[in-house]
Design a binder for this molecule. Structure first.
Ligand SMILES: NC(=O)c1ccc[n+]([C@@H]2O[C@H](COP(=O)([O-])OP(=O)(O)OC[C@H]3O[C@@H](n4cnc5c(N)ncnc54)[C@H](O)[C@@H]3O)[C@@H](O)[C@H]2O)c1
Length: 255
């Protein structure tokens, strides 16, 4: 049976860890031709191995630094050339620093905004002409519940600003893309187990317990929990959906 993403060419960033890895594996299983990008070579290799075991395959591009403008432009041009076009971009790569306001340095603030906004901007801008040429496509950005509410025990000032930015810029992308058939949506996960969240648990005593108390569905999220939302947004099932943000958080934000 053909998968829900049969033959779609999808670029997924951040495949070496957590959400990007889960999305890439599920896209591959659903029949997409997945190009997976990351800075981390070993993590990306393991992601490809995991996808192979699940019956899919990922074309790994690593190491690629998505903060390098020319590198990103070349990546998109190369993929479009090799695959004859691109249909989907999933922006899961990001990097953030966490500190309470009085301890946060300007460098940490800027690193976070750059790691959460510049990567998305550069990838979207670079893929744009290829999506226009293709007659449209789907862009899926990762926001966060941090764009909606603060979380006790997590010093997420810069991260909240970055994710609020991702959510807002997705609306503008939707508007600019609509006449070209380009859809843009975001997914705002709650707590999903990944390298980043394991580090946040270790660095912030009480944070894990706070999240466990907040999640209605009584377990932490797994990458696959959000990957299904990304499959929907990448597929034709969502052909009338753009400029939306999908909160996938086990009910964390609802009480
Ligand atoms: N995990 C969560 O609970 C959660 C919650 C809300 C939002 N998010 C968002 O979802 C996305 C994925 O989250 P995650 O927890 O899986 O993150 P993660 O930190 O575990 O993985 C991010 C990946 O991006 C890669 N990366 C970072 N900078 C890069 C660069 N310059 N070039 C190429 N690759 C780069 C890293 O190597 C890493 O493999 C992020 O945007 C994150 O902010 C995650």
């Amino acid at each position: 049976m053909p998968g829900r993403l049969n033959q779609k060419v999808a670029i997924v960033t951040g495949i070496a860890s957590g959400i990007g890895r889960g999305v890439a594996a599920l896209f591959a299983r659903e029949g997409a031709r997945v190009v997976g990008v990351d800075l981390n070579v070993e993590g990306a290799r393991l992601a490809a191995e995991e996808a192979r075991q699940g019956g899919g395959s990922i074309d790994v591009q690593a190491p690629v630094d998505l903060l390098q403008e020319e590198t990103v432009d070349m990546l998109m041009a190369d993929v479009a050339d090799r695959y004859g076009g691109i249909d989907v971009l999933v922006n899961a790569a990001a990097v953030a620093e966490f500190a309470w306001i009085q301890e946060m340095t300007r460098a940490q603030w800027q690193k976070t905004l750059s790691g959460e906004l510049d990567i998305v901007f550069l990838c979207c801008r670079a893929i744009w002409p290829h999506l226009i040429k293709r007659g449209g496509g789907s862009i899926i950005n990762f926001g966060s519940v941090a764009a909606y509410a603060s979380t006790r025990m997590l010093p997420s000032l810069a991260h909240s600003a970055g994710k609020g930015g991702v959510k807002a810029m997705t609306l503008q992308l939707a508007m600019e893309g609509a006449s070209h058939g380009i859809r843009a949506n975001s997914i705002s996960p709650g707590l999903i187990v990944s390298d980043a969240t394991r580090a946040a648990f270790a660095a912030n005593p009480g944070f894990k317990e706070e999240i466990e108390r907040k999640v209605m569905l009584k377990r932490l999220g797994q990458p696959q929990d959000v990957a299904w939302a990304a499959v929907y947004l990448a597929s034709e099932e969502s052909s009338w959906v753009t400029g939306s943000d999908f909160v996938v958080d086990g009910g964390m934000r609802a009480w």
